[in-house]
Design a protein around this ligand. Structure first.
Ligand code: TRP
Length: 374
């Protein structure tokens, strides 16, 4: 026997947590793993989109602190510190906890429960072939000694997302493989437990009776920002990152390190090099970008040093207001304020998360009574 899935927005959670309103707006969910401070790659890949969508979408931003334990289980103190730092980065870029909901993964039990159910809908080998996981295993040199929980995080990420039944997931390019897996899980769940026809088009799953929408990845204007080494993607662990919290002097130094291999001012330059990726990503005036590209390509008496100075200035101008906002939380008592924001957001998020879990259990024949988290 099949139990009809309730429409995803029917009986949406009522106002319960502090200030929680049912907006009726479509939702987005995305998140960051607290493994260090955020950098420019995060900004152009995802943060910028989050800011742009803050008013038109109901936004949930997840602190994936459980995922941090997959590689750093022995360092809980670092994970706690980085969790708080990431919230400061979010607030610094302009994420507004009044408008958006900040969610702590480890205090959202529905995510952990759905992870288990979703793990049963994905073949083991499918998870292990996930290209983002494979790259991470290589990049972090995990060999074959990673924990059982490490690949599990990819399944967990499907639950992170679907718990909030979002329309979209703003992410950098490296996360698209995870979103694809999440979409597969959503289809399979809907087909298996909600009786949705496998031939249904992705956008029609909710109207065909599915509990979960098939969420779309929304990749930022620069999906993959190259690091200052000019080779790999920007990443804190590779030591090639410009952090959102770096001061102007540090920005200047790091931009100065961007490698191009060019020797003279008159040598025709390659505008597809790392430096020009930064020119296009951070210099605002399109006319100036075109001019720099033209002169550089022609070897028209323009040195890397000059271009770097302009890039550093543009980056610092972008970061300046962030530094000011961050400073507010860096004073005495700032951490406590951040923790209060995390708690308030997570309380709000659990209303929706519990509602999703309850609906999922209903259609799985596991409706043994509602539960209330206090
Ligand atoms: N894996 C993501 C990263 O490392 C972080 C993340 C966890 C996430 N859960 C998510 C991103 C859900 C989007 C949606 O950047």
């Amino acid at each position: 026997m099949r139990i009809a899935c309730p429409a995803p927005n029917a009986g949406a959670p009522r106002s319960r947590g502090r200030g929680f309103r049912v907006s009726g707006r479509p939702r987005i969910l995305t998140g960051d793993t607290p493994t260090g401070r955020l950098h420019l790659g995060h900004y152009v890949g995802s943060l910028e989109n989050r800011l742009a969508l803050q008013d038109t979408y109901e936004c949930y931003f997840l602190l994936a602190n459980m995922h941090a334990f997959t590689t750093r289980a022995a360092h809980p103190g670092d994970i706690r510190r980085d969790t708080i730092e990431i919230v400061k980065d979010w607030l610094a870029v302009g994420i507004d906890p009044q408008r958006s909901t900040i969610v702590l993964q480890t205090e959202t039990p529905a995510i952990a429960e759905l992870t288990w159910f979703f793990a049963m809908l994905l073949p083991f080998n499918r998870v292990m072939k996930n290209p983002t996981l494979r790259t991470e295993i290589d990049d972090k040199g995990l060999g074959d000694h990673y924990s059982f929980g490490f690949p599990m995080y990819a399944v967990g990420q499907c639950a992170d997302i679907l718990t909030f039944r979002p329309a979209m997931v703003p992410v950098g390019q490296d996360q698209v493989a995870h979103i694809e897996m999440c979409r597969e899980v959503a289809r399979r769940f809907n087909q298996t437990y909600c009786g949705v026809d496998p031939k249904t088009e992705d956008k029609d799953y909710p109207s065909a009776g599915g509990l979960f929408p098939i969420p779309e990845a929304l990749v930022g204007r620069v999906g993959r920002l190259v690091g200052t080494d000019g080779k790999q993607k920007m990443s804190k662990s590779l030591g090639n990152a410009i952090l959102l919290s770096d001061d102007p002097k540090t920005v200047k130094k790091k931009v100065g390190q961007i490698f191009t291999g060019r020797q003279t001012l008159t040598e025709p330059g390659d505008v597809s090099n790392a430096l020009f990726q930064y020119v296009r990503a951070f210099i605002k005036d399109p006319g100036r970008i075109a001019e720099l590209e033209r002169r550089y390509a022609a070897g028209d008496n323009i040195g890397d040093g000059h271009v770097k100075a302009e890039v550093a200035e543009a980056v610092s101008a972008l970061l300046e207001p962030m530094r000011a906002r961050r400073a507010e939380f860096e004073r005495e008592g700032g951490d406590d304020e951040v923790i209060d924001i995390i708690k308030a957001g997570t309380t709000r998020a659990n209303v929706l998360a519990e509602d999703t879990l309850h609906r999922a259990k209903q259609v799985m024949g596991l409706d043994f009574g509602p539960r209330r988290l206090s």
